[in-house]
Design a protein around this ligand. Sequence first.
Ligand SMILES: NC(=O)c1ccc[n+]([C@@H]2O[C@H](COP(=O)([O-])OP(=O)(O)OC[C@H]3O[C@@H](n4cnc5c(N)ncnc54)[C@H](O)[C@@H]3O)[C@@H](O)[C@H]2O)c1
Length: 344
Amino acid sequence: MKKVRIGVVGCGGIANYFHLPELAKIEEAEIAAVADIKEDRAKATAAKFKVPKWYASYGKMLGEGGVDAVIVATPHPTHSPIAVDAIEAGKHVMIQKPMATNVEDADALVECARKHRKVKVMALPFVYFDNPTIKYVDNLVKGGKLGKVCMARVRVAHGGPEKYQEGVAKMFKERAGETWFFDRKKAGGGALFDMGVYSITIATLLLGRAKRVSSFMGTIDKKATVEDSAAIIMEMESGAIAVAETAWTQARGIDEFSLYGTEGVAFWDTSLGTPVVRHYRSSDSSWVTPQLPGEEPLRTHRHFVECILKNKQPIGTVEEGRYLVQVMEAARRSSILGKVVKLS
Ligand SMILES: NC(=O)c1ccc[n+]([C@@H]2O[C@H](COP(=O)([O-])OP(=O)(O)OC[C@H]3O[C@@H](n4cnc5c(N)ncnc54)[C@H](O)[C@@H]3O)[C@@H](O)[C@H]2O)c1
C-alpha cells in the first residue's frame, strides 16, 4: 500500500493531542519526521510516537526528512511563512487555523499555492464541513426549510488557552511560563484569531460571505496584549445580518449558533457535550429534535491523506482561508477605527 510520509512542524499541544495520535491510526499515513525549535520537544515527541527523525529546524526537515507532506502546527503568525517554504519544497501541506494573521501573509500563501498546483494545500478549520449536525442545519437552509434567513448569531468561545498551555508544559516537564497566545508580538491576534475564526467559518458555511463588518473587541479579563472578547456584526451578501462572537472569558467552552428565518428557526449548541440541534418549523408549528450521528473520528487527517493519494482538492482551500483572515483583519480595523469596514 502506498503511504504518505508526513512531517509535523511544531510539537506542542495540538500536535501531541490531535495530529500525531490521529496520524498514528491511519494506515495510509506514516509519521516520518517531526520538528520544533524547542529541540527537547521534538526529541520527546519523536520518542513518544516512534518517529524515526526529529529536527530543531523545519527547513532541515523539509530538505532531509524524506517527507511528502507537512502539517503546520506552530503559533499563528508562523503558519503562512512555514507553509510557503513547504509548498516551495514540493510538499503537500495542512495548515492549522488561522491560516495567517494578516491579509498580506494570506496573499503570499494563496499566490504560492496557485504556482504549485500539484501540491495539495488544506487550510483548517475543516472541522465543521462534514459535521453531521451542522450538515443537517445547512440542508435546512439550502432546502429553504427556514424560509429567508434574515438574522443569525454564532458563538464559539471558552475560558482561554492558559490552562491548556500549562498542561502542554507539564507534558514536557517544563516550567509553565506566560503563554504566547496572550502576546500580540508572538500571536498576531487574540481570541478572534484563535476561536473567532470558527464562528466566522460557521457563519460563512451557512450564510455565505459578508459585505461589511463592524466590531467591538476588548481585553476585558486576561493579562494580555491581544483581545480576549470580540463581537462582529456582519452584513452578508445575501442581505442577512449575522453576529459572530468569541471569547476566552467564559466559565465553560460552548459552541452555539441560532438561525432565524421567515419559515423556521434552528438552534445548535454543544453545552451538553455533544452537539444538539433544535428546529422550529412554522408549517405545523412544531419543534423537531433530530437524532444525528456524531462526528467521524480521524476525518481531518483521512481527508488530507486521501486527497494526496487520489489527487483531489481538499476541503478548506487557501482562498477560503484568506477570506476568513480578511474578515478578521477588517473586524480588527473596525474595532480600532470605530467604523464599518467594507470587504472589497
Ligand atoms: N484546530 C484545533 O482544534 C486547535 C487547537 C489548538 C491549537 N490550534 C492551533 O495550532 C497552533 C499551535 O497551537 P498549540 O496549542 O499546539 O501551541 P503550542 O505552543 O502548544 O505548540 C506550538 C509549538 O510550535 C513550536 N514552534 C514555534 N515556532 C516554530 C518554528 N518556527 N518551527 C518549529 N516549531 C516551532 C513551539 O516551540 C511549540 O512547541 C495554533 O495556531 C493554534 O491556533 C488548533
